[in-house]
Write a protein that binds this ligand. Sequence first.
Ligand code: GDP
Ligand code: IMO
Ligand code: MG
Length: 433
Amino acid sequence: MKVDVLLGLQWGDEGKGKIVDVLTKNYDVIARFQGGPNAGHTIEFDNKKFVLHTIPSGIFNDNTLNVVGNGVIIDPYIFKKEIEILKENGIDVKSNLYISTKSHIILPTHRLLDAVYEKAKGDKKIGSTLKGIGPTYTDKVGRNGIRVGDLLLPYFKNKYEEAKKRHLKLAYVYDDNPLSIKIEGKNFDDYEKEWFDSLETLLSLKLVNSEYFLNNALSEGKKILAEGAQGTMLDIDFGSYPYVTSSNTITAGVSSGLGIAPAKIGRVFGIFKAYCTRVGSGPFPTELFDETGEKLRQTGHEFGATTGRPRRCGWLDMAALKYAIMLNGVTDLMMMKVDVLNDFDEINVAVKYKIDGKETEEVPFDMANVKIEPVFEKLKGWKISLEGITSFDKMPDELKDYVKFIEEKTGVRVSLVSTGPDRNQTIIKENIL
Ligand code: GDP
Ligand code: IMO
Ligand code: MG
């Protein structure tokens, strides 16, 4: 058996949570491989809405096991809150949630550092979610991190105190009074106490060496889906650096974030919106600053699932999409939020960039510091509601043409079209189940 992968091809928030939930019934295991509580994955069914941050989106299916892999970073405080909300809704994660002993832990002082680094950057700030992502991954690669397995060992408290001391020293370099920064609306000492209390919840779960757990599952013929967080254009190596997150969000991240050998990767489901959004700072070639952008934001409810910030909106960027398909080895495209375009006479798609007067389809080295002019092609809108449409054949011709246009430009089939946030508002065009 091989591990299938589902990941975002744009700047995150493509609708990964919804589709993982739709696909879950076909898999024995769903595994997150990178990122942390910077992610916000929304799932809607039976008039209920959930936003998951660390827990894989397979958690609503009793028959599926969920794994938080070694590449993920965990904030025990946020994690506990997530578990409590699920519990209130009758979902007990105790039996089907597994945590890697090698996942790194976000400490309260990582969150302080995230805040002071962002403040010091001024108008060059990344627009981080302030969840401590950058500082925690920095400690991981700097070989200073604390992992889930460390929480059980006698030296944990010492390691914690050492890290806190080191982080505070650094925080004072950037800020006169870092301890005055509130975390989750709380004073540092109060938050730290709650953070420590929440370790109990984390430690009550099944802690495993997830690389063995997953590879054994594969050997037993189990089907595994790896769930990405963020998106390709936020990848630490290939995204719009430095306006990126601190992990590898691409298919390669599945190997390092779960311990799955590259030859064991199967289908790669690349998910993208029929337009583009971005939250936080950084380059966005097709961004719209006019009423069309505002219409996309309002119609698509484009406000961050983790931070509530308004998302920046623009047209689909084909150069970036093709780049993402190349980097990830996408076998199937999944096109999201087409319903948001129901009321547009014309739909623009950027098919290439113009940089220094020259046309190119290549994403430049430094997106942030070159002037990119998108070159648009226009497509006709369909101007009708997609409510009640359950098959590809019944879709309006103009939408079919948009799908065909993407397939022709990318050379990859579009296997799924999403027409609304609910589980049931999903049209499966090709065999992915
Ligand atoms: P993720 O981070 O990739 O899981 O995506 P988010 O949950 O952050 O953002 C996607 C948003 O779009 C959520 O509010 C979803 O409920 C919503 N959504 C997902 N698919 C569709 C769709 O096809 N149409 C509409 N209108 N909303 C969708
Ligand atoms: P999901 O999984 C959209 C963005 C932040 C910021 C940059 C760095 O829901 O798609 P970080 O906190 O990671 O240091 O922030 O990355 N970002 C996301 N944008 N969706 C996400 O996750 C994101 N996770 C991080 O807004 O610009
Ligand atoms: Mg999201």
